[in-house]
Design a binder for this molecule. Structure first.
Ligand SMILES: Nc1ncnc2c1ncn2[C@@H]1O[C@H](COP(=O)(O)OP(=O)(O)O)[C@@H](O)[C@H]1O
Ligand SMILES: [Mg+2]
Length: 218
C-alpha cells in the first residue's frame, strides 16, 4: 500500500479584504502519495500558491484538515509545526530568493539542522556547481541560482518538495535543466514533489497534472 505524504480534506482558505471575502481555497481534497510527482496548472488567482503555502504549513487552513504523514497539522504546536516544516519540507520559489551577501555554499547550508557540510558538498555536485561554491548568487545565471535553491531545499533530506513556478523566470533550456533535476530527485531519491506552473513543458515532466480553478481542483 502506498503511503500518503500529504492529505487535504475539504480545505478552505478565506481571506478578508475589508468587506470582500476571497475563498482562495474552496474545499480542496487532494492526496499526495509518497514518491508522486504532481503539477498544478490553472489561471492566476486560482489558488495554486495558497495551496502550496497551506500544504507546507506556512499558513493554516480556515477550515478543513491537513494531514502530513498521517498527522493532523493543526494539532501541533507552532514550534512543532516549524520543526516539522524544516525537517520534512523543502520549498522552491519562482524568485530565487537567495541571500546575496552569502556564498552559494552558505546559502545551501542556511536552513541546515546539522552543522556538517558533507551533505552540501554532495548537493553541489548533484546540481553540478561544485566549482562555484564560493561565488555569490548575483554571479550566477538564473538557471544556476534556481539549482542552488533546489540544493538548499534538499539540505535536510525532506520527504516533500513544494515548488511555486520553479521555471517561471527561466528560458526553455534552463527550465528543462530544472525539471530534469526534479525528475531525477523524484525517480532516484523517491522525493515527493508538487509544483505549481504556467508552463506546459514543465508540467509534462510530471506524472499527474491537476487543474485549479476558483480555489478548487477540477
Ligand atoms: N495574503 C492574501 N491576502 C488576501 N488575498 C490573498 C492573499 N493571498 C492570496 N490572495 C487571493 O487569493 C486568491 C488566490 O491567490 P493565489 O493562491 O496567489 O493564486 P495563484 O497562485 O493561482 O495565482 C487570489 O484571489 C488572491 O488575490
Ligand atoms: Mg501563484
Amino acid at each position: 500500500m502506498n503511503k500518503t505524504v500529504l492529505n487535504f480534506q475539504n480545505v478552505w482558505k478565506t481571506y478578508r479584504m475589508g468587506d470582500e471575502i476571497v475563498n482562495a481555497l474552496a474545499g480542496v481534497n487532494l492526496t499526495l502519495e509518497k514518491g508522486s510527482f504532481t503539477s498544478m496548472m490553472g489561471p492566476s488567482g486560482s489558488g495554486k500558491s495558497t495551496l502550496l503555502h497551506v500544504g507546507g504549513i506556512l499558513d493554516m487552513p480556515t477550515q478543513g484538515t491537513l494531514l502530513m504523514n498521517g498527522k493532523d497539522t493543526s494539532k501541533l504546536s507552532r514550534k512543532k509545526q516549524a520543526k516539522f516544516r524544516r525537517k520534512e519540507i523543502g520549498f522552491v520559489f519562482q524568485r530565487f530568493n537567495l541571500l546575496n551577501q552569502l556564498t552559494v555554499m552558505e546559502n545551501i547550508m542556511l536552513p541546515s539542522l546539522d552543522s556538517e557540510n558533507n551533505k552540501a558538498e554532495e548537493l553541489l555536485e548533484r546540481i553540478r556547481l561544485e566549482k562555484k561554491h564560493d561565488k555569490k548568487p548575483n554571479q550566477l545565471s538564473g538557471g544556476e541560482q534556481q539549482r542552488v535553491c533546489i540544493a538548499r531545499a534538499l539540505i535536510n533530506n525532506p520527504s516533500l518538495i513544494l515548488a511555486d513556478e520553479p521555471t517561471g523566470e527561466l528560458d526553455t533550456r534552463n527550465a528543462e535543466v530544472i525539471m530534469n533535476l526534479l525528475k531525477d530527485l523524484n525517480e532516484n531519491d523517491g522525493v515527493t514533489i508538487l509544483i505549481a506552473t504556467h508552463n506546459q513543458l514543465a508540467a509534462d515532466f510530471t506524472d499527474k497534472i491537476l487543474e485549479m480553478q476558483d480555489g478548487k481542483i477540477q
